[in-house]
Design a protein around this ligand. Structure first.
Ligand code: SF4
Ligand code: SF4
Length: 56
């Protein structure tokens, strides 16, 4: 199960900078995680200031 970003995302970009496999990119309304690329390391969830990332 990949990690997912909820609509609580404020598009700060911290998670994208943290991801070791560059699975996170800026989408239309918020940042999004590519489920096929994510290796479930959890770094992004620990980094998010508004706790918008959880394991899907
Ligand atoms: S869990 Fe790890 S690999 Fe997956 S999106 Fe977050 S930082 Fe990237
Ligand atoms: S760290 Fe959280 S608030 Fe910032 S872009 Fe990522 S999901 Fe959005």
């Amino acid at each position: 199960m990949a990690y997912v970003i909820s609509d609580g995302c404020i598009s700060c970009g911290s998670c994208a900078a943290q991801c070791p496999v560059s699975a996170i990119s800026q989408g239309d309304a918020q940042y999004v995680i590519d489920a096929d690329t994510c290796i479930d390391c959890g770094s992004c969830a620990a980094q998010c200031p508004v706790s918008a990332i959880s394991q899907g």
